[in-house]
Design a protein around this ligand. Structure first.
Ligand code: NDP
Ligand code: MG
Length: 404
């Protein structure tokens, strides 16, 4: 492989962000190469990705999946198969790696994201849950080890593009008064609470503008995605909660805005396609062609903005309260949400049970200072157990009905 090519590891390569990342990388074979790919258990997709991208390492977290991949790779393959957390850490932190796309879904992404930061890598951060859980630890690791954090979440990428930053990508606050975090409002933007109580997983996952994995799609429908992004923005841009305003923008064309003290508002616009923020991260500080259709504002005709309704969408309020509480409250909020979303996807609970379960978990689990990774992981485990118990006790009035 050419020495001049930047070596990229993609954690969560078989998911929605992972596939989009490999799409952008494949457009720039002269300057970018894949060092490592990682997934949980999707062997078929990983096998095909190994054939196309010829990575040095392919990591499967599940042992049986790693064994199967080893057996199915052709003789003489350049790819070595690794397994489990050690494999993730290896491809996140290896000396030969330049940039790491952190695109595992959920809290499972935290240790490998942290490993990339501790190794001083360019960290392309899609896995927002790792910042929500361990924001203090992750930002400290970035600072202490000279890592460069480039946000891939489209809103944070937009803010990053509109905010002054230093040569290492550290945001500077010069003249910034406020951030306007846009939200599509999701598929239930105009639904009543009663309609939402009857919503099916497929309805929740039918996002009007974005094509994404199922967990984040449910988060978008409940607005917990915006709650998590609110927390994410506080950490990445070192903002006070009062400096962030959530604005519902149903077309998902303005990806977020930064307001300055002189009254200027800078916005980043584009079609809702993750390849734009991914290409921005892979190319930074240069720009790369991404394959995204150019924006046609005339065809679009109009851009609308409205306030979020925290009455119908309590998750936004819960995330805001978790920030105000501080400590491990954000990790607890995230863990309760992950368990509740999975239960909703399994049709064990109703859509409107999700915020109820998060609120009860936040009220009942003790909150401590998130001093180390193990403290954060312990808070995550406790919250998961608690929410799981609430579900099996049928703690919410609608829960016992189950879902058809
Ligand atoms: P997907 O569900 O599409 O993909 C998840 C990826 O993570 C898959 O590669 C999956 O592997 C892997 N994975 C799941 N569990 C584990 C585990 N325990 N250990 C290691 N790998 C695991 O998710 P998305 O791509 O939609 O989202 C990824 C992250 O990016 C999330 O944090 C999300 O919030 C964030 N994000 C996503 C956006 C999007 O447009 N999709 C936009 C902004 C942020 P396998 O296939 O084997 O299960
Ligand atoms: Mg987003």
């Amino acid at each position: 492989m050419s020495k001049n090519r930047r070596m990229i590891s993609v954690l969560g390569s078989t998911g929605s962000v992972g596939l989009n990342t490999l799409d952008v990388i494949s457009r720039h074979g002269d300057s970018l190469a894949v060092f490592g790919l990682a997934a949980n258990s999707s062997v078929d997709i990983m096998l095909e990705q190994c054939r196309v991208h010829q990575p040095r390492f392919a990591v499967m977290v599940q042992e049986a999946a790693a064994q199967e991949l080893r057996q199915r790779l052709p003789d003489g393959s350049v790819t070595e198969v690794l397994q489990g957390a050690a494999g993730l850490n290896k491809i996140a932190a290896d000396d030969e790696v330049d940039a790491v796309m952190a695109a595992i879904v959920g809290s499972a992404g935290l240790p490998s994201t942290l490993a990339a930061a501790n190794a001083g890598k360019v960290l392309l951060l899609a896995n927002k849950e790792s910042l929500v859980m361990g924001g203090h630890l992750l930002m400290q690791a970035v600072r202490e080890h000279g890592a460069t954090l480039l946000p891939i979440d489209s809103e944070h990428n937009a803010i990053f593009q509109c905010m002054p930053v230093d040569t290492n990508g550290t945001p500077l606050h010069a003249g910034v008064s406020k951030v306007l975090l846009t939200a599509s409002g999701g598929p239930f933007r105009t639904w009543t609470s009663q309609q939402m109580a009857e919503a099916t997983p497929d309805q929740a996952c039918a996002h009007p503008n974005w094509s994404m994995g199922r967990k984040i799609s449910v988060d978008s429908a409940s607005l917990m995605n915006k709650g998590l992004e609110f927390i994410e923005a506080c950490w990445i841009f070192d903002l006070r909660p009062q400096q962030i305003e959530v604005v519902v923008h149903p077309q998902s064309i303005v990806h977020s805005m930064v307001q300055y003290v002189d009254g200027s508002v800078l916005a980043q616009l584009g079609n809702p396609d993750m390849r734009t923020p991914i290409a921005y991260g892979l190319g930074w500080p240069d720009r790369l062609e991404s394959g995204v259709e150019p924006l046609d504002l005339v065809a679009l005709g109009r851009l609308d903005f409205e306030s979020p309704d925290e009455g119908r969408f309590p998750c936004l309020r819960l995330a805001r309260e978790a920030v105000a509480t501080g400590g491990t409250a954000m990790a607890v909020c995230n863990a309760a949400n992950e368990v509740a979303v999975e239960a909703f996807l399994q049709k064990t609970i109703c859509f409107t049970d999700i915020p109820r379960l998060i609120e009860q978990t936040l009220e009942q689990v003790s909150i401590v200072e998130p001093t180390t990774l193990s403290v954060v992981e312990q808070a995550d485990r406790e919250a998961r157990q608690h929410t799981t118990q609430l579900i099996s006790d049928g703690a919410s009035p609608t829960m016992s009905r189950g879902r058809g």
